[in-house]
Design a protein around this ligand. Structure first.
Ligand code: A3P
Length: 290
């Protein structure tokens, strides 16, 4: 649809909130030169892979051992690299700037490759990504409601959805991982052992928290708690123009394997076929259901 714009092998939102991409597509090219600082942290994901979840974890971790002090909403403290105005001051100030992005690897700021900054790449099994995307489309006012699952499946497999090709995104970042200071985390491991992930992420970003504080972070970011937390669930009146929450919730189900409730056997097999073609030889394993 016209809400998406394809550029250099990826797909972006053309009408994000009021503005879309600030300064037009040249902004995306300019991100190569975005000046990275040593203490910058970037969460990189393909859409619907657990971005918001990791955002909240990172934000709370940066409250320095006082997770109860994290009293701002994630969307206020962690701008999207590709949709934020390039000259704007970071909302948290200039120390430990936290960003998130869906950029493909080949468009990433060069500074990240020069080992400045830290990247946390969150990935999720792509059948659950697809199903989550379908539900998201139904509440995100910018997108059309999905009425034809076969069509969105083909769009997803051929990269005609927000974020572009899931396959290219994951492969792009994974194959070049040695060029970055990067930590890979899967949505599924977050589901199965959240505490270990919070610990691992905290060490990666250089925040060593006590066991007690780790517990506080973990408790705050469970699905149940985030679902009712207006700092994390987008379910506030200020977001009414962005989401129609009468049609569903942003924190929808939060499970592994929900695709089984939506995809037919034929659709799942079609997915497997493309997955095998595209991911062949890549040493990545996903957990598809539990
Ligand atoms: P579902 O639609 O499958 O429920 P993103 O933030 O990248 O857009 O990803 C959104 C997905 O992450 C949604 O998946 C959402 O429910 C899930 N999610 C967000 N917070 C979560 C949490 N604390 N625990 C489990 N899943 C979470």
């Amino acid at each position: 649809g016209e809400s998406l714009i394809s550029y250099k092998g990826s797909v972006f939102l053309s009408k994000y909130l009021h503005g879309g991409i600030p300064g037009g597509l040249a902004h995306l090219d300019n991100l190569k030169n975005f000046q990275i600082r040593d203490d910058d942290v970037f969460i990189v994901t393909f859409p619907k892979s657990g971005t918001t979840w990791m955002q909240y974890i990172i934000y709370i971790l940066f409250e320095d051992g006082h997770p109860e002090l994290a009293d701002n909403a994630t969307w206020n403290v962690m701008p999207w690299l590709e949709y934020a105005k390039p000259d704007s001051k970071h909302p948290r100030g200039e120390n430990s700037r936290l960003y998130c992005t869906h950029l493909p690897e080949h468009m990433a700021p060069q500074g990240l490759k020069d080992n400045k900054g830290k990247v946390i790449y969150v990935m999720r099994n792509p059948k659950d990504v697809l199903v989550s995307y379908v539900h998201f489309s139904n509440i995100f006012r910018t997108f059309d409601t999905v009425s034809n699952l076969d069509q969105i499946l083909e769009d997803f497999l051929s990269g005609k959805v927000h974020g572009g090709s899931w396959f290219d995104h994951v492969k792009g970042w994974f194959e070049r991982k040695d060029e970055y200071n990067i930590l890979f985390v899967s949505y599924e491991e977050m589901k199965m052992d959240l505490r270990s992930v919070v610990r691992k992420v905290s060490e990666f970003v250089g925040k060593s928290l006590s066991d007690e504080d780790i517990d506080k972070v973990v408790d705050r970011v469970t699905f149940e708690n985030m679902k009712t937390d207006s700092k994390a669930n987008y379910d506030i009146s200020a977001m009414d123009m962005v989401f129609d929450m009468s049609k569903g919730k942003f924190l929808r189900k939060g499970t592994i394997g929900d695709w089984k409730n939506s995809l037919t056997v034929a659709q799942s097999e079609r997915f497997d076929q493309v997955y095998q073609e595209r991911m062949q030889g890549l040493p990545l394993q996903f957990i598809w259901d539990i």
